[in-house]
Design a protein around this ligand. Sequence first.
Ligand code: FAD
Length: 242
Amino acid sequence: YCVTDPGAGSDVAGIKTKAEKKGDEYVINGQKMWITNGGKASWYFLLARTDPDPKAPASKAFTGFIVEANSPGIQIGRKKMNMGQRCSDTRGIVFEDVRVPKENVLIAEGAGFKITMGASDKTRPPVAAGAVGLAKRALDEATKYALERKTFGKPIVEHQAVSFMLAEMAMKVELARMAYQRAVWEVNAGRRSTYYAFIAKAFAGDVANQVATDAVQIFGGNGFNTEYPVEKLMTVAKIYQV
Ligand SMILES: Cc1cc2nc3c(=O)[nH]c(=O)nc-3n(C[C@H](O)[C@H](O)[C@H](O)COP(=O)(O)OP(=O)(O)OC[C@H]3O[C@@H](n4cnc5c(N)ncnc54)[C@H](O)[C@@H]3O)c2cc1C
């Protein structure tokens, strides 16, 4: 899924990768960044600007292409070493005079921005679900630890400061789960779900970070150590907010 350029991520309409029609082909030039599975995929979805007029509206200026990953002119960069999710293959990809037949245009020239934004309805809720799974694991680990670890003569779960924290964590996990289920409900009903999909992703991403950070706190010094699971959960959580 090649949308992000080095100079534009959230600002999708700011991408500079361009495609020019020449006869029955399009010639693509530009650079993509942070492409998940960039070194594994056999073909890419690529978003490029096809209308060079800077005043052209985003809804008409961009086109989505299917591009064979082994096309001449494609240079795949080295795997990035990220803060978390280290198994995930994330790379920069350079496109230099890459020729794509016009049949590889998705829907029609100019439809790319809508395709890209529309994809979010179905791709944001599973991302939110991943964030909820991470938060639930952090809650479970912290609860187990709080029942076992003793300070001042009793398990730390019996100190209200800790049990209140666990209660807050549980509330957040349950609400984030309901948020992505609502978004998926809309998709299953055949309705546009952009509103719910983005609420679910933004909320669950925040919840994953808050709950993982609280879990590290409940583990005390052990939480800061790689021998316990919550340290990894805290670093992996960050990507869900990016
Ligand atoms: C591990 C990983 C995998 C990825 N996989 C893919 C992939 O497969 N395909 C793909 O196309 N992209 C992928 N991305 C890119 C990802 O979509 C972008 O990183 C993301 O959209 C943010 O864009 P950016 O990094 O350019 O940050 P920027 O857009 O430069 O944002 C920088 C900061 O400014 C904030 N900001 C930006 N605009 C505003 C605004 N209007 N108001 C307030 N705050 C604002 C942002 O929230 C952020 O905090 C991946 C990124 C990572 C890290």
